[in-house]
Structure formats: structure tokens, C-alpha cells
Design a protein around this ligand. Structure first.
Ligand code: GRF
Length: 215
């Protein structure tokens, strides 16, 4: 499976995916990493593995539509099977999503549909949720709300700050994103409307937080 990844920053999810490929767990190749930020650390991570890495500057384009047109052009040259958004902090234009629908995946640091948009971890703390987590989903025009492939649940603790909760969630991001991509590469993932089925996956553990004591 041929992957193009889009990033904006740190690139820790990209790194986890690259490691999964290097370790032979994910049967895929990343042919290009594109960032909309020049100083994105993820570009250096890609280069350190010999992966082509490109900064595409939004300031060189009139508007989002023009930028995404160029983005689509550059991506199409690689003819990818999957476009992986790994901390890509720009909303994609509807035209871009139409061109690649069903082939774009994203990771979001909450249990969607809760806490979409920016600062999902802070939103969960302020809301007083007892659980949050992360979600890998297909990207549709409905922003962080596309069909869900896998979610991980983590507890929110009374003393949590945005930082501590983000760290706890991030550990699971680095597990569920490579896992989802492996499933796609292995041809086990199908979408029916909003529902995604992973063939032969084990479904069904139920967490409760705080822990039950009497029942
Ligand atoms: C992650 O928390 C991801 O869920 C969100 O942006 C962050 C990216 O982190 N979409 P990184 O660049 O992968 O380290």
C-alpha cells in the first residue's frame, strides 16, 4: 500500500507509523510527507528515514481552494492508496475530499463525536468527562466526524491538566493509528455508510471509571 502523509508539526504519530512499517508490521510504503509548516519536526523525521519530505507554503496560494488544488496535484503524482493525516492542522477543502473520499484517514484526540475541533483534551477536562481517548476515522466533509475505524478509551483523572491527559491519550494514538493502517493495508477494513467493519477483529471490552465497587 502506497501512503502519502500530511503533517503540520511534531510528527509523533507519523513516527509511530514509520516504525510500524520499518518493523515489518505494516505492509506499506510512505512515498511522500507534506507539511504546511516549514519547521514541522515531522519533516526531519521523514527525511531521517529516507522518505521524501515537502513543505508546501500556504502563503504561495491565493486561498484554501488553490492550495488544496496544488496539494491534490502533488499527491496524485504519487498515486497513493491512502492519505494519512497525522496532526495536519488545516481544514481540507470539499473539492480535495471529493477527489480522495474513502482514501483519507485522520486521528483525533477524543472519542468522537465528543470534543471535535481544537484542544479536544482541554475540552474533555473542562466538561468533566471521566473518560476520553482517541479515534482513527475516515475523513468526510464533516470534519472530525467521519466513519470510525478504532477508538481507545483512557480515564480522565481529577488532577489532570491538558498536558497530562494529552500524554496519556498520545500513548494510545501511537498504538491505534499504526493498527488501523495495518488493517487497511491488509484489506480487512470495509465501510458501509457510517459503519466501519474490521474483518476478524476482536470487539467488545467495557471500561468503567471510577472503578465499580458494589455492583
Ligand atoms: C495528535 O494529538 C493528533 O491526535 C492531533 O494532532 C496531534 C498531532 O501530534 N490530530 P503529532 O504531530 O502526531 O505528534
Amino acid at each position: 500500500m502506497n501512503i502519502v502523509a500530511l503533517i503540520s508539526g511534531r510528527g509523533s504519530n507519523l513516527h509511530a507509523i514509520i516504525k510500524g512499517i520499518e518493523e515489518g508490521k505494516i505492509n506499506a510504503k510512505i512515498s511522500l510527507v507534506i507539511s504546511n509548516k516549514k519547521d514541522a519536526k515531522g519533516l526531519d523525521i521523514a527525511k531521517s528515514y529516507g522518505i521524501e519530505a515537502l513543505f508546501l507554503n500556504p502563503k504561495d496560494y491565493k486561498d484554501r481552494k488553490e492550495y488544496d488544488k496544488k496539494l491534490a496535484e502533488v499527491i496524485s503524482q504519487k498515486n497513493p492508496d491512502l492519505i494519512v493525516l497525522a496532526g495536519y492542522m488545516r481544514i481540507l477543502s470539499p473539492e480535495f475530499i471529493d477527489a480522495f473520499e474513502g482514501k483519507i484517514v485522520n486521528i483525533h484526540p477524543s472519542l468522537i463525536p465528543a470534543f471535535q475541533g481544537l484542544h479536544a483534551q482541554k475540552q474533555a477536562i473542562e466538561f468533566g468527562s471521566k473518560f476520553s481517548g482517541c479515534t482513527v476515522h475516515f475523513v468526510t466533509k464533516d470534519l472530525d466526524n467521519g466513519p470510525i475505524i478504532i477508538q481507545a478509551v483512557v480515564p480522565v483523572l481529577p488532577e489532570d491538566t491538558e498536558e497530562t491527559l494529552s500524554q496519556r491519550i498520545l500513548k494510545f494514538e501511537h498504538k491505534i493509528y499504526p493498527q488501523a493502517i495495518k488493517w487497511i493495508a491488509d484489506g480487512r477494513v470495509s465501510i458501509k455508510g457510517r459503519k466501519v467493519i474490521v474483518k476478524d477483529a476482536k470487539y467488545g471490552t467495557i471500561p468503567v471509571n471510577p472503578a465499580l465497587e458494589d455492583f
